[in-house]
Design a protein around this ligand. Structure first.
Ligand code: SF4
Ligand code: SF4
Length: 381
């Protein structure tokens, strides 16, 4: 395995990379302006194209599977199993110890994301509590992608710990209580207002400390739930309580081109009205709004690079090439309970994964991996 990052550094300089560190997985937390994960992944790809073996920049972790506290109409998670699976901290700690092996710091992933495809990561309190502590001690960027229902609990028990996280992305999806009940809630005890109150409390506490936490909220616009005026009002409230980023996406299971063209224009207009700017990680009150079109795609790319740049570890510790294939319908890369994480990245022959990365996957990649998979040339650093 050749990890000659000096050579990559030279190549980066040839391509006008303005940074001054050698190419490795670390440094995001120390670099004042460069939390842009896409830039880091592009640098990795240059290294890969130069023939170097690269290790993932981000790893998604699903601390729970097969159980959720909501039933969203737009949920992409599916499983034949109704048996909940909860990771045990004891097991995850062993896996973390192999990923964050002392002496291999430059190959550690720089970000760990806690999320789920048919569950919410915050349902596993034991893992979240210990994992945040563990990763924070190692200066690893932490992101939690959640539906927000459990935030209330975390706030009353240990808000300090939440404030150690770098990004919390909350999928609100809708803007009023009626739609929340119709499209998301399991019962009348779970309401949108409680989630917004939790977000507000986190923001208030964040401003009292020097927490680097950024709060993201995401929405799904559908002809039934979208209204420009109501969404503008809602986004204004979110901005006022201290949310940093609002992202609207389409419902790809029911795609109406004319409707989404209009939504896109509306969101651009709302962004101007609310003076939204590109998110700036150095400013805790930075605010932006984006429309992000997500489409199922049958792409032309031959090789999937998901396992190289952004794999997913499921609740049963199997590792998959991406978050969209992390379940029993797909072929896992390895069982982390049996195989050491770095063993797979030091294999000389990776041809199986490169030729057949994801049996049955239909190439419906997560957005950023899709972008990377179909990239013909890397032009921006
Ligand atoms: S919160 Fe997430 S996992 Fe749970 S039902 Fe909604 S989309 Fe699916
Ligand atoms: S869906 Fe895309 S990223 Fe995921 S395994 Fe298949 S090709 Fe790779």
């Amino acid at each position: 395995m050749d990890y000659c990052y000096i050579k990559i550094e030279k190549e980066l300089k040839k391509r006008n990379f303005k940074g001054n560190r050698c190419m490795n997985n670390r440094g995001l937390k120390y670099d004042t302006g460069d939390k842009d994960i896409l830039k880091w992944i592009k640098r990795k790809l240059i290294a890969y194209k130069l023939g170097f073996n690269i290790t993932p920049q981000v790893i998604d972790i699903h601390p729970v599977a097969n159980i959720c506290n909501l039933k969203c109409a737009w949920c992409i998670g599916k499983s034949d199993s109704n048996t909940p699976v909860y990771m045990k901290w004891h097991d995850l700690e062993k896996v973390f110890n192999s990923i964050f092996e002392v002496g291999k710091e430059e190959f550690w992933p720089s970000e760990i994301h806690f999320c789920g495809c048919n569950s919410d990561p915050l349902l596993n309190k034991e893992v979240m509590k210990n994992a945040i502590q563990y990763l924070n001690e190692r200066n690893v960027t932490i992101e939690i992608i959640s539906n927000g229902v459990c935030l209330k609990d975390y706030i009353s028990n240990n808000i300090e710990q939440l404030l150690l996280v770098d990004k919390i992305s909350i999928s609100l999806d809708v803007v009023n209580e009626q739609d929340f009940y119709s499209y998301k809630s399991l019962n009348s005890k779970i309401c949108l207002k409680d989630i917004i109150n939790s977000i507000e409390k986190i923001c208030q506490n964040k401003y009292k400390t020097n927490s680097q936490l950024s709060i993201y909220t995401t929405f799904v616009a559908t002809p039934e739930t979208y209204s420009k005026e109501e969404w503008l009002q809602n986004f204004t409230e979110l901005k006022n309580i201290g949310v940093n980023h609002v992202q609207v996406r389409n419902d790809y299971t029911n795609y109406d081109k004319n409707f989404y063209n209009k939504v896109k224009l509306d969101i651009e207009e709302i962004a101007i009205k609310l003076n939204a700017k590109e998110i700036n990680y150095k400013e805790s009150n930075s605010f932006d709004i984006k429309y992000n079109e997500y489409m199922p795609r049958n792409s032309e790319f031959e090789h999937c690079l998901g396992y190289r740049i952004w794999p997913t570890i499921s609740a049963d510790f199997l590792m998959y090439p991406c978050a969209h294939t992390a379940n029993e319908y797909f072929v896992s890369l390895l069982d982390l309970k049996k195989t050491n994480y770095y063993d797979i990245y030091s294999l000389d022959d990776f041809s199986y994964y490169e030729k057949e990365p994801c049996k049955n996957c239909s190439k419906k990649c997560p957005s950023l991996i899709y972008y990377i998979n179909q990239l013909k040339d890397i032009d921006v650093l």
